[in-house]
Write a protein that binds this ligand. Structure first.
Ligand SMILES: NC(=O)c1ccc[n+]([C@@H]2O[C@H](COP(=O)([O-])OP(=O)(O)OC[C@H]3O[C@@H](n4cnc5c(N)ncnc54)[C@H](OP(=O)(O)O)[C@@H]3O)[C@@H](O)[C@H]2O)c1
Length: 427
């Protein structure tokens, strides 16, 4: 089966993902009858392009990695303008025909550029999804609609890897909503959609009989959401505790060894592991977004990262961390949730743990999650290695899961509904 991929975000993760697909092409074809074409790529500063016969992905990689625009994938523009986009309130898109195909169209941001269009959209309206995301949502809708018109039978999967927005999860939430409404399946490594709108998007996916999968949102490709969804039928998750942020764990364990906070943070920034804005990690926002995602998906909650009781590691001192070690204890930034009056309540805070605790043994970039269940006691999942490949693998694994669902006709949401009830509450 050939699937069409629409890549929204073409940064480190998405580029590793397309290379990983290439590296595993034979296995995917042989074991899963899965081959693909990339029909669209959207970025913020490098333009966007689509070609319904398939884009030249190798060329797209070259262009973006050289800091160039995807415009070079397309021939000079013809006169058409994306309907509905070129108004005073909407950023303008011009339509270009790709040299590769007389049928293929390439939607490229016009002179205003994607950044300007998107930012002005965000300032204009904090409610309407279409206005929020302007050009990128219009691109998603138009590409999917064109592809479906051309070949209604061919599956389209949007791969969303834009950046996490900790205020509202946008524009990713609107990207996912648009793709599902237009009939595409969605896989994402972005925490935003599940941290801010899991219930809405899972229900939307179920209504449209589409998949919405997000394994990369927590602990990369290590099975968490799919472990529960696929292998724990009739089990309820009653709580969890984990170390889910690599940067802060690296800083804390460096301080245990007598090194400075700032130097350890700089190492994570240099390695490209810390978030672009390091306060996301240090202040616990990344862990809070993951906690919200876990609460929403595994415990039937409906929270955002702002509802998580959050304390970062900014006030931790080397003296306090080493004092804990001297008493055979360890400080770790723990993300957790428990049921309070039947409702899940999440928390992120540094905790002092006995050294025999599974979480206390995690050093450097290691992560772990302990799920508390009603039937199986505690289930611990440990991640000892992480990086771009593990995140890219999460997308690949989700892609194969969508492929399987396309064969059986049962979406993950159908199975989730069977397990959790249509509103996401566990029965
Ligand atoms: N890196 C990791 O190890 C890792 C691990 C787990 C999860 N994640 C998550 O994966 C996602 C991607 O991470 P990354 O490291 O690949 O980030 P990145 O290298 O900064 O790439 C982000 C991509 O999104 C594009 N973009 C941003 N806003 C956009 C918009 N409104 N419309 C279209 N494209 C937009 C950017 O375009 P420009 O380049 O043109 O600005 C860029 O191509 C993030 O949500 C991150 O939290 C990353």
């Amino acid at each position: 089966m050939v699937v069409d991929l629409l890549l929204v975000g073409f940064g480190n993760v998405a580029r590793r993902f397309v290379r990983l697909l290439d590296e595993r092409a034979e296995r995917l074809r042989h074991d899963h009858d899965l081959t693909w074409r990339v029909i669209g790529i959207a970025t913020r500063r490098h333009g966007a392009a689509c070609a319904l016969d398939g884009l030249d992905v190798a060329r797209a990689l070259e262009l973006v990695e050289a800091g160039d625009s995807l415009d070079a994938l397309a021939a000079p523009p013809d006169a058409r303008v994306l309907p509905g986009a070129a108004s005073r309130d909407q950023p303008e898109l011009s339509c270009r025909r790709t040299p590769a195909s007389s049928q293929g169209l390439s939607w490229i941001p016009a002179s205003a550029g994607m950044t300007a269009g998107l930012d002005s959209g965000l300032r204009r309206n904090d409610k309407g999804a279409e206005a929020d995301t302007g050009i990128s949502t219009a691109f998603i809708r138009r590409t999917i609609e064109d592809a479906r018109r051309r070949d209604p039978a061919r599956p389209i999967i949007m791969v969303e890897t834009t950046l996490l927005d900790i205020e509202r999860g946008q524009p990713a939430v609107a990207h996912v909503r648009a793709a599902l409404e237009c009939g595409a399946d969605v896989v994402t490594a972005n925490k935003g959609p599940v941290a801010f709108a899991a219930r809405e998007l899972l229900d939307l996916a179920a209504r449209h009989h589409r998949a919405f999968l997000f394994e990369g949102a927590v602990m990369d490709g290590i099975p968490i959401f799919n472990l529960v969804r696929e292998t724990l039928p009739a089990v309820s998750i009653t709580g969890f505790r984990g170390v889910v942020n690599s940067t802060t764990n690296h800083i804390i364990t460096a301080m245990e060894e007598g090194r400075e906070f700032d130097a350890a943070l700089a190492e994570m920034q240099e390695a490209g592991i810390a978030e672009a804005d390091a306060s996301f990690d240090v202040d616990g926002w990344d862990a809070a977004a993951k906690t919200a995602a876990l609460v929403n998906v595994l415990m039937g909650g409906s929270v955002t990262p702002h509802a998580i009781d959050r304390t970062g590691i900014g006030r931790l001192t080397g003296v306090a961390v080493r004092d804990a070690v001297a008493r055979n204890r360890r400080v770790r930034l723990v993300a957790s949730a428990r049921l309070q009056d039947g409702r899940p309540v999440g928390r992120v805070a540094p905790e002092e743990l006995p050294s025999a605790d599974l979480l206390a043994a995690l050093t450097g970039q290691q992560n772990a999650l302990v799920l508390q269940t009603d039937l199986l006691g505690e289930i611990g999942i440990v991640q000892r290695g992480s990086g771009l490949t593990t995140t890219a693998y999460a997308l690949l694994g989700d892609l194969v899961a969508v492929r399987r669902q396309l064969s059986t006709g049962a979406t993950a949401q159908d199975r989730r509904d069977a397990k959790m009830g249509p509103a996401g509450h566990r029965s």
